[in-house]
Design a protein around this ligand. Sequence first.
Ligand SMILES: Nc1ncnc2c1ncn2[C@@H]1O[C@H](COP(=O)(O)OP(=O)(O)OP(=O)(O)O)[C@@H](O)[C@H]1O
Ligand SMILES: [Mg+2]
Length: 292
Amino acid sequence: MSSSLKKGDAQALPDYADQDYMILDLSPPPQLALSVRGLSKTYKIAQSIDDHVTAAEALAAWVLKGFRGGRYQDFKAIHDVSFDLFAGDVMAILGNNGSGKSTLLKLISRITEPTNGKIDLYGRVGSLLEVGSGFHPELTGRENIYLNGTILGMSNREIDREFDAIVEFAGVEKFLDTPIKRYSSGMSVRLAFAVAAHLRSEILIIDEVLSVGDQDFQKQCLERMRTLAQDGRAVLFVSHHLESCRELCNKALVLNEGSIDFMGDIEAGLEYYADLQQVNDIGLLKRSQAAR
Ligand SMILES: Nc1ncnc2c1ncn2[C@@H]1O[C@H](COP(=O)(O)OP(=O)(O)OP(=O)(O)O)[C@@H](O)[C@H]1O
Ligand SMILES: [Mg+2]
């Protein structure tokens, strides 16, 4: 099987949940962490009635919209996405703004329900999606660490064992008994990353929120994620910082308008994404020239 899939290639991925797979050689099979099949998410978005030319027409449309309650259309944020992630894999999700990266991570973290398709998780998910997500604002840093651990099914004693490492990694000792709502966004992200990266989970999902932290902290996070992958965790990583993706990831998945355009190793993925951006830039240039 080729190591990468581009748009139009058949995606003949096996359905692991429904079959035992046969081991044909003596090397241990890669351990599946996550299997996504035919995943789609459709949102209802307000349809603009904007074929009007004059200000009067625009005003009439606005008033009418009030009477009609607005019209809605379907918008496919994620469309028919299938892929596997194995223990020890660090996969970069690349794509332009609005291509569906965060939506995909929210689906896998079970924050949003899919419209179609299925996600099989072979382990617990630790995720860091938005600044402050996963934390209760009224609870202190200390209370939130225990809350997150409990949600992941850890006992208080297990959390106690990781507690000092979390606090040291985040560097928030002085603010441990302060409610999270008083934390700066950088502090909040530091603690959230430390929690996600130390508590027991087999799959780690990180959206680009790390950019809120300072450079030293970002380096510290990359280092930690590398160690976790070496220990056999699977990581999904979204970042517009392509050098970090190159340094950290071994695989890439490129999303374009909600669909997978490319899936394969990181170097080929970064190259594919650079070409895609160039094609988009040329398209934009042509459209703006035609509009003149
Ligand atoms: N709750 C929602 N309701 C309607 N549309 C939504 C909703 N959430 C996301 N979308 C739309 O889905 C598309 C994908 O959004 P998403 O946040 O996944 O993009 P992204 O790839 O993470 O972008 P970015 O690089 O800017 O973070 C966007 O067009 C967005 O407007
Ligand atoms: Mg996003």
